[in-house]
Ligand binder design. Structure first.
Ligand code: DGJ
Length: 735
């Protein structure tokens, strides 16, 4: 996109005329007092006031090129409110009476903790805007970086702090960005919370001066709070109303805070979690933050998430628009747990190939002394009792059956009962002379150490090079405790919170670079480490260890608020489900799992002939619609809610030529009839033919052919009866 042509510049007012069809993306007034990003129907603007503070001016629906935006110095409210506290700042230093969350908090070598950041300059370079702030007295500067995606309007913001002094400076808090919303007192924060097996629960609270903090103190993203937010106003719904949303691209301890000040100005700040953070900047050293992505929609939570999904597909997920469609995989975990053997896996592989599986994945148990979760992590050589001839015979077999091969690994962990730990007890996170708490009998390797990083990269590289491995499932099954890094000077030990995650990204990035065809699934006891950081170096995510198809509807509804369905792995597993004992039909399990990227996790040795026929049909049907599910627009028509008998989810292909509706009934509640479901996102002028996803005859009352306008206005009304029922309808454009 090309910059617009500057027509006139007032003191702090700009007029732009679009050059060609494209609006200016990054622009600055000639005096540098107004800085603006435009794209995807969104405008983001900031300005420098006469005292030199950089103020947020506007974030919302696109403004005219000549909109009269200008930063003004606020008048004094009272003696209780000095300038630093009443001036809304784009990125504030902790100083001069600031009462809201700072962007950066520092202590200089002489104990001074007053940091006042003012505008020093900016640079527009292609699609990136950088703004330079500096302390009013000391040589400490902050660089803010901005880009905006022209299609979705998603802004990427990050910050760097540089110590230009001859003495060290300790940084105690550092946000990637602070976002400021229009003044108002009717905001609600929507967030995602949960625990192992029950991730992705949706919650909301009013935004008030009582700060809400979403955080992880676990060293990784965690199951507890997602580094994601959506803030709407009182009338905002799935389909209407303004939404400001965003997510931090960071897979370590994080903090997102959302609150209003006493003037009802709402701020959202996100970055490193200050609870166990400090970084002593040496003279001349710089500390960078992760990127905080954020966007705006005027059309409700549904449009906000569709924009964010599109952005993730295009700009975060490896491969972007060229990313491969997710293959249907088989995973051995629920079938064989640690009891993997060459013969057993070969037998499963033969059955998996017959039903249309494209990737066969051996989960935990193939290495070291790994007969249960008490031993083996760290010793990544093939277990000779289980695979006497190495992995080659199994991999050859899998490949001869037309599938590619995947393997489970948990590289960041070590069991105390392992050769690796016996050789390198100092390689784990710990504090000397303190207990080392185990979780699932394992300890966390300190990836911040260069030798640990190189060791992990080394064995992974050899494993992938020496075996025909197309895919790794990268697991991570405990949180940090005693997150110490002895061996570096005390003032540098808390760098572990940052260096660990950077080295994790380094290993994944380097492994992918050395093995360009390799695909990776991120996993952490289910969905414990899913965020935009890990998304950038993995191809898909394990959503939850809870594979019950009914619970999964709620889990998937939560997941898709923030993240794209294409990376959301969903398996069909056995009934009754291991997690909760619920019994469901194969049809229901497929209809639930087909709403993401499909996998099979059942014990195929327990299936009857009829099951294989059913499953073959469903997998073939999935392959016909998966491009729409994985790359289309998701409309959460009727979300699963405890007080509702039904739910409905719709995926519409980007060219609107195919749409797939999943309608689920969890309890008929004495009704054999559910209301009409109106579709969305179709082309009203096109005619769409409808068919059942499993090839069955169309239910009574559903016309075979109608316009997009008909399906979106009259909708489809299908009689359903029973508990845990579902159906899939495919709409194909015929003209
Ligand atoms: C936790 C994962 O979420 C499961 O899918 C499985 O891979 C186990 N770990 C294996 O130990």
């Amino acid at each position: 996109m090309r910059m617009g042509r500057l027509l006139a510049v007032g003191t702090a007012i700009l007029c732009f005329a679009p050059s060609g069809a494209a609006l200016a993306k990054v622009s600055a007034s000639a005096d540098g007092k107004l800085l603006r990003l435009d794209g995807g129907g969104v405008t983001y603007a900031m300005g420098v006031d006469d005292k030199g503070y950089l103020q947020p001016l506007y974030w919302g629906a696109a403004l005219d090129a000549g909109a009269p935006l200008a930063a003004k110095v606020p008048g004094e409210l009272s003696g209780f409110d000095p300038a630093g506290s009443i001036t809304a700042q784009e990125y504030a230093g902790q100083g001069e009476g600031l009462v809201s969350e700072p962007g950066v908090k520092a202590m200089f070598a002489d104990g001074n903790r007053d940091l006042v950041l003012k505008y020093r300059g900016h640079k527009v370079s292609g699609e990136t805007l950088t703004v330079e702030l500096a302390d009013i007295r000391r040589p400490l500067s902050v660089t803010l970086r901005y880009t905006m995606d022209p299609t979705t309007g998603v802004i990427a913001r990050s910050a760097s702090v540089r110590n230009g002094d001859a003495q060290p400076v300790r940084i105690d808090q550092m946000a990637a960005a602070t976002f400021t919303l229009p003044t108002g007192d009717d905001y609600r924060l929507h967030y995602l919370t949960g625990r192992h097996g029950a991730e992705w629960s949706q919650a909301s609270v009013a935004v008030t001066p009582a700060l809400t903090v979403l955080e992880s103190r676990r060293g990784s993203t965690g199951h507890g709070n997602q580094p994601w937010f959506a803030v709407g106003r009182s009338g905002t719904s799935e389909t209407d109303g303004p939404v400001w949303y965003g997510a931090l691209a960071w897979s370590g301890s994080f903090q997102l805070s959302v609150g209003a000040d006493n003037l009802s100005r709402v701020r959202i700040s996100g970055g490193y979690n200050p609870y166990d953070f400090s970084w002593t900047l040496k003279p001349g050293e710089t500390l960078d933050t992760p990127v905080f992505y954020a966007g705006y929609s005027a059309q409700g939570m549904g449009d906000a998430s569709r924009r964010f999904h599109a952005f993730q597909r295009a700009s975060i997920i490896p491969g972007g628009a060229k990313a491969k469609i997710r293959p249907v995989l088989y995973n051995s975990w629920e079938a064989t747990t640690f009891n993997v053997t060459e013969a057993g896996q070969m037998a499963l592989a033969e059955k998996a190939a017959k039903i249309g599986v494209e990737r066969f994945v051996v989960d935990d148990g193939w290495f070291g002394a790994r007969d249960d979760d008490k031993a083996g992590l760290g010793d990544w050589s093939v277990n000779p009792k289980k695979f006497p001839n190495g992995l080659k015979p199994l991999i050859d077999k899998v490949k001869s059956l037309g599938m590619d091969f995947g393997l489970w690994v948990e590289p960041e962990m070590v069991n105390a009962n392992s050769d690796l730990y016996r050789a390198h007890p100092d390689w784990v996170l710990h504090f000397p002379d303190r207990p080392r708490t185990e979780g699932r009998n394992q300890l966390v390797l300190n990836l911040a150490r260069a030798d640990v990083r190189d060791h992990i990269l080394g064995w992974l590289d050899r494993l992938v090079r020496d075996n025909d491995i197309a895919f790794l499932k990268w697991d991570y099954n405990r949180n940090w405790t005693e997150g110490g890094w002895p061996g570096v000077p005390p003032q540098d030990q808390q760098r572990v919170q940052v260096e660990y995650v950077r080295n994790l990204y380094h290993i994944l990035t380097e492994l992918r670079r050395r093995h360009p065809g390799l695909e990776i699934e991120g996993c952490s006891g289910g969905g414990g480490r899913i965020d935009l950081g890990i998304m950038g170096v993995t191809d898909q995510s394990w959503t939850s260890d809870n594979t019950d198809p009914f619970d999964r509807l709620t889990i998937q509804d939560g997941f898709t608020q923030a993240y794209a369905p294409s990376i959301m792995m969903a398996w069909v597993t056995d009934s009754p489900n291991w997690a909760n004992g619920r019994e469901t039909s194969l049809d229901y399990r497929f209809l639930s799992a087909m709403q993401g990227s499909l996998g099979i996790g059942s014990n195929l040795d327990h299936w009857q002939q009829g099951d294989f026929d059913t499953v073959r049909t469903w997998i073939a049907a999935y392959k016909e619609i998966r491009a729409t599910v994985q790359r289309g627009d998701l409309y959460r028509i009727a979300p699963p809610r405890p007080d509702s008998a039904t739910s409905a989810t719709l995926y519409v292909a980007p060219d609107k030529r195919q749409a797939v509706l999943f309608q689920m009934l969890h309890s008929s509640m004495f009704r054999d009839n559910v209301g009409a479901v109106a579709l969305d996102g179709l082309d009203p002028a096109r005619t769409y033919k409808v068919r059942m996803l499993d090839g069955a005859a169309l239910p009574d009352g559903v016309p075979g052919l109608a316009s997009g306008a008909y399906w979106m206005r009259a909708g489809v009304r299908v009689k359903m009866k029973g508990d845990y029922k579902g159906l899939g309808l495919v709409f194909e454009a015929v003209k």
